[in-house]
Design a protein. Structure first.
Length: 213
């Protein structure tokens, strides 16, 4: 991960004020939470976005697990806890329509004197997966697992075919395979070329010529 020079210089100070911000793009609109109290503002998708420690509807962020790196057939993953203010807010976060909502996690630092954001870095980009509701005495917690955007690279592609019909169905207007023939071809390497399983044997006629006189 490459950080900006300003962020790198700030991390080398003896005292650093860091923050973690999340944004969940629900169907009803984005939810922006910040760990701790206060607020920070930085540019998201070309516009200034403000993240607060307490959302007026969805409450506060309870915590985020360590973002794990994926290996082999696994993608990076993270889980978080949200503390909704009401049961209606919890139901909205766990609604079927809210599943697979985009979620992003940023880490940044602020100037201790002015409170201005020095720099911010996007550490995670994915979508929400499985919500688990937990209600106890004087407590209300929604645990949410998420999937990284890299999960899409692990989706099976058994239906993909190297022919014009499949390419047109997936990408209308693409003509890259329109005139391609003999896509599947076995190349023999290190041995004789495989012989055809069909054998043609010439036949010799033994019928005598007919005397028409």
């Amino acid at each position: 991960m490459t950080l900006s020079s300003a962020f790198t210089a700030d991390l080398q100070r003896s005292s650093v004020v860091m923050f973690c911000a999340i944004q969940i793009d629900l169907p009803s609109g984005p939810v922006r939470n910040l760990d701790g109290a206060g607020f920070v503002s930085f540019t998201v998708d070309g516009a200034t976005a403000t993240f607060t420690g307490r959302d007026a509807v969805f409450g506060v962020m309870g915590g985020i697990t360590e973002i794990t790196d994926g290996i082999a057939t696994e993608a990076p993953a993270a889980s978080l806890n949200l503390l909704p203010k009401t049961n209606a807010a919890m139901a909205a976060l766990a609604a079927p329509a809210a599943q697979r909502s985009r979620i992003r996690i940023w880490v940044g630092s602020v100037d201790r004197a002015t409170g201005a954001v020095i720099d911010v870095d996007l550490w995670y980009d994915g979508d929400t997966s499985v919500p688990t509701q937990g209600v106890g005495k004087n407590s209300r917690v929604l645990s949410m697992t998420t999937n990284s955007a890299l999960m899409k690279f692990l989706e099976p592609d058994e239906g993909a075919r190297l022919n014009d019909g499949w390419l047109q169905s997936a990408f209308p207007g693409k003509r890259g395979l329109q005139f391609i023939t003999s896509v599947e071809q076995t190349d023999a390497w290190g041995s004789d070329a495989p012989r055809s399983p069909i054998v043609y044997v010439p036949t010799i006629s033994t019928r005598l010529p007919v005397n028409l006189r």
